[in-house]
Design a protein around this ligand. Structure first.
Ligand SMILES: [Zn+2]
Length: 266
């Protein structure tokens, strides 16, 4: 630890080396340099708001950004920084802004993706102890699923939620999530995996308990980034959808693929 950081051109193909043990409170820390290279800014809604980013959450979010970027770069090539910025439409004049607070659409809970580059958090998925980092990271990647769909619609007119909905209806046995009925305040109440890598109402690999196409897609985006699913036929079903569609959609977004992306009933 304590090596000087090796900062290289973010547009190039050589990854920035950083030391996660750098002083996170230093604004020139490795974490902040990395976030800058990805074009991601953190904002507190207002200076006197008690709800603020802390350095631990920022670091966990950076892990979510890097994981997402790596997955996309594997498909389209180039650096992780360029891949991430390309897919989410980030430019020097249009950075991705993650805001703690000022989220009327959040209804005091969770986050809302206002646009691909404007994601606001009323709370973040959290618990006690060692799972915190994974839940923070996964919460952000779930929101990236919503941001991804907005970019997909904007760049190709394809709507991933609609496509997933069609697929759910035309493939009997697809592991549709169903609403969870718990007594009020019963934290230990959980539902099945539905093909995801953790149970419903645990908020690790199902960041939403809701069964809409949009929430199922955002959780599938999370599963796809980490290639992490339930080890059973239901998990295979969700994995297959994402492994079929995502490379084609990303190819169309970036102009690498021009044909149809239709894998229904395969
Ligand atoms: Zn969501």
């Amino acid at each position: 630890m304590g090596n000087p950081m090796n900062y290289t051109d973010p547009s190039g193909n050589i990854p920035i080396k950083y030391d996660p043990c750098d002083d996170l409170t230093n604004e020139n820390s490795g974490v902040d340099k990395m976030l800058e290279a990805y074009g991601v800014e953190f904002e507190d809604a207002k200076p006197d708001d008690s709800w603020k980013w802390d350095d631990g959450v920022k670091y966990h979010f950076l892990l979510g950004i890097e994981s997402t970027a790596r997955k996309i770069a594997k498909l389209i090539g180039g650096s992780t920084f360029t891949a991430f910025k390309t897919i989410f439409g980030i430019t020097p004049n249009d950075q991705m802004v993650l805001t703690a607070g000022n989220c009327p659409y959040c209804n005091d809970q969770g986050a809302f993706t206002y646009s691909p580059r404007d994601i606001r958090f009323a709370t973040w998925s959290t618990t006690h102890g060692a799972m915190n980092g994974i839940r923070h990271r996964n919460h952000l990647v779930h929101e990236f699923g919503h941001a991804f769909n907005q970019r997909l619609v904007y760049t190709t007119s394809i709507n991933a939620y609609t496509e997933l909905g069609k697929y759910r209806r035309s493939n009997p046995g697809f592991p549709d999530r169903t609403p969870l009925n718990c007594e009020d305040g019963e934290d230990s109440c959980t539902g099945p995996n539905f093909g995801f890598a953790s149970r419903q109402n645990v908020y690790t690999w199902q960041q939403s308990a809701v069964e809409t196409d949009g929430e199922e897609f955002a959780d599938q985006f999370l599963g796809w980034v980490f290639d992490t699913w339930a080890h059973n036929p239901e998990g295979d079903f969700r994995k297959k959808f994402m492994d079929d569609y995502m490379p084609c959609w990303i190819g169309k977004m970036t102009g690498l693929i021009s044909g149809e992306c239709n894998f229904e009933n395969n």
